[in-house]
Design a protein around this ligand. Structure first.
Ligand code: IMP
Ligand code: MG
Length: 179
């Protein structure tokens, strides 16, 4: 696939401004509280890195890796934990950091799993949300952008592990006609 086959949907500058705005709201909400950011690998790492540097409250971070069975563009909803958290989340304020909510199946599984560990609180921040595609009811507490039903790459998001390093969020033109 050639590099030219993408169209910028959200520029890095737009994303940066939104991340700063989200960080402002989150910093106010968690002022004086202990906050643990749980990053869902791999797509969310770029967002995590930018978000945490804009936060004005002390945070700890931890990572989870999950894989959902299915093709590279469609989630099946069956989720397997590939890497679990290193820390206990009991009585802690946990904020899941997500790149994108699509069907919502991955996150709904994750929330259920994390809630069974008795966190003090559990919230979700997602940079991107595709509400049209939702299969289960799940609403992020903080959301950067609602986007149309297009397959996107960049700013951490991949197609077959490629494009994660693009600074902008882009639509893959290959998928434009079919959606
Ligand atoms: P869900 O379970 O359908 O909500 O999808 C969750 C995961 O699928 C996200 O965390 C992403 O890693 C991936 N995903 C969903 N939509 C896209 C997309 O448009 N581009 C790249 N990855 C996506
Ligand atoms: Mg992914």
């Amino acid at each position: 696939m050639k590099v030219e086959q993408v169209r910028v949907l959200l520029s890095h500058k737009e994303i940066k401004e939104k991340v700063r705005e989200l960080a402002g709201t989150i910093s106010r909400d968690y002022e004086g509280k202990d906050l643990l950011l749980v990053c869902v690998l791999k797509g969310s790492v770029v967002f995590l890195c930018d978000l945490m540097r804009e936060l004005k409250v002390p945070v700890e971070i931890d990572f989870m890796a999950v894989s959902s069975y299915g093709s590279s563009t469609v989630t099946s909803g069956v989720v397997r934990i590939l890497k679990d958290l290193n820390t206990s989340i009991e009585n802690r304020n946990v904020l899941i950091v997500e790149d994108i909510i699509d069907s919502g199946l991955t996150l709904s599984y994750l929330c259920e799993n994390l809630l069974s560990r008795n966190p003090g609180s559990l919230r979700i921040v997602t940079l991107l949300d595709k509400p049209e595609r939702r299969k289960v009811e799940i609403k992020p507490d903080y959301c950067g952008f609602q986007i149309p039903d297009k397959f996107i790459v960049g700013y951490g998001l991949d197609y077959n592990e490629k494009y994660r390093n693009y600074p902008d969020v882009c639509v893959l033109l290959e998928f434009e006609s079919g959606l």
